[in-house]
Design a protein around this ligand. Structure first.
Ligand SMILES: Cc1ncc(C[n+]2csc(CCOP(=O)(O)OP(=O)(O)O)c2C)c(N)n1
Ligand code: SF4
Length: 283
């Protein structure tokens, strides 16, 4: 039986007390335990940032890469070994700024992995610069006169034909754990945008600010309806929806690649390249 103890890490946590990342960490562990998933079957791939430190504070396999380059590494790992449950982790900077092109590609291709975007609407690790999702007018070190129009990551993902799209809140741990579970179970690319208060550098979008605004999409909401999802994705302000915004079933990337018809790369024989012959051809 898998328990929370299996996911206990001895690495001291460097997050600020009260950071929203703690709630996300709890939700990730809860989801993995609920799914009875053993740490050795999970691969966390993360970039650079406060959110991307999450894999250090739990157990599992880890690949920690460059800022904004989480998804290429996560995609490669999934193509090489389909048996792994791959969970990508980034902040909103890594996911929607530096790495946004990779997000579009992973969503369009429908790579079978779960991507958690810790959306604190600021660059936390580098101490408070504005990010692509910062509120209009947000005052930061890089935007002393207020930041410009924010990006809507949900609309962007829907435009890329994402097959699973959800939004969670770090202050609603059980609900968020349910979304992560659903994202892992979903066969295809699952983006979960997670509203994550940064208590040190974002004094606009605080826990209290979110608690006044977030609401769970009701049982009458149909996540299979893309037109409804496009409307839901644009709700922001006095009311902010959380829950599964959109879900569809379509072929996953690894099932469409002819190179993988013979199975995942780890199961295929290694045939050394005949380099000498190749060199002769170009010689
Ligand atoms: C390509 C690149 N650009 C910029 C940096 C510097 N840098 C490191 S972390 C970071 C901000 C991280 O913010 P975010 O991705 O939102 O994560 P958070 O720390 O808020 O969780 C930046 C700008 C970098 N390491 N690599
Ligand atoms: S700076 Fe912000 S995101 Fe980073 S640990 Fe502190 S509260 Fe969390």
């Amino acid at each position: 039986m898998v328990t929370l103890n299996d996911y206990k890490s001895d690495v001291p946590v460097a997050w600020c007390p009260g950071c929203g990342n703690f709630g996300i960490l709890q939700a990730v562990k809860k989801a993995l335990v609920e799914l009875a998933m053993k740490p050795q079957d999970v691969l966390f791939v993360s970039g650079i940032g406060q959110g991307p430190k999450l894999p250090h504070y739990t157990r599992g396999n880890v690949f920690n890469g460059l800022h904004g380059r989480t998804l290429p590494a996560a995609t490669g790992a999934k193509l090489a070994n389909h048996a792994l449950t791959v969970i990508g982790i980034d902040g909103d900077g890594g996911a929607y700024g530096e790495g946004v092109q990779h997000l579009l590609a992973a969503a369009r291709r429908n790579v079978d992995l779960t991507y958690l975007a810790h959306n604190n609407q600021v660059y936390g690790l580098t101490k408070g610069q504005a990010s692509p999702t910062s509120e209009l007018g947000f005052i930061s070190k890089t935007t002393p006169l207020g930041s410009g129009q924010p990006l809507n990551p949900l609309l962007l993902a829907l435009a890329s034909d994402v097959s699973f799209l959800a939004r969670g809140f770090a202050g609603e741990i059980d609900h968020l754990a349910g979304l992560i579970e659903a994202g892992i179970k979903h066969k295809g690319f699952a983006l979960i945008d997670i509203l994550q208060p940064c208590v040190s550098f974002n004094h606009t979008n605080t826990f209290a600010w979110y608690k006044q605004r977030v609401y769970k999409v009701g049982a009458d909401y149909n996540p299979a309806d893309k037109a409804a999802a496009l409307v839901k994705a644009q709700e922001w302000g006095d009311k902010i929806p959380i829950g599964i915004i959109y879900q569809q079933s379509r072929p996953v990337y690894e099932d469409t690649l002819p190179q993988l018809k013979a199975g995942p790369l780890v199961k295929q024989p290694i045939t050394p390249l005949k380099l000498e012959k190749l060199m002769e051809e170009f010689g």
